[in-house]
Design a protein around this ligand. Structure first.
Ligand code: ZN
Length: 83
């Protein structure tokens, strides 16, 4: 007796893609870097040099920052003439 079977359940860590596709040039070369200490994130594309900086909250992840990035790029490209 005393035979103990320890079941090691290992959660496969779902890993995030390191690169996102760029809304500007369409290549998968966008990298999101989050500086948690400073509460900011830098998104940059290695292909077309698009680069943006954002403020991030603790709960926000790379994907959220990437969404802000695409919003911003699309927003910029859709700029209409206003007074
Ligand atoms: Zn790009």
């Amino acid at each position: 007796m005393g035979r103990r079977r320890r079941k090691v359940v290992r959660m496969p860590k779902k890993h995030l893609p390191k690169f996102f596709s760029c809304p500007r040039c369409g290549k998968e070369t966008v990298r999101v870097k989050i500086f948690r200490d400073e509460g900011r994130a830098v998104v940059s594309c290695g292909s077309c040099d698009a680069r943006e900086e954002f403020q991030v909250r603790l709960a926000q992840s790379e994907v959220d920052v990437y969404c802000m990035f695409t919003d911003k790029i699309y927003g910029n490209s859709k700029k209409v003439l206003t007074s």
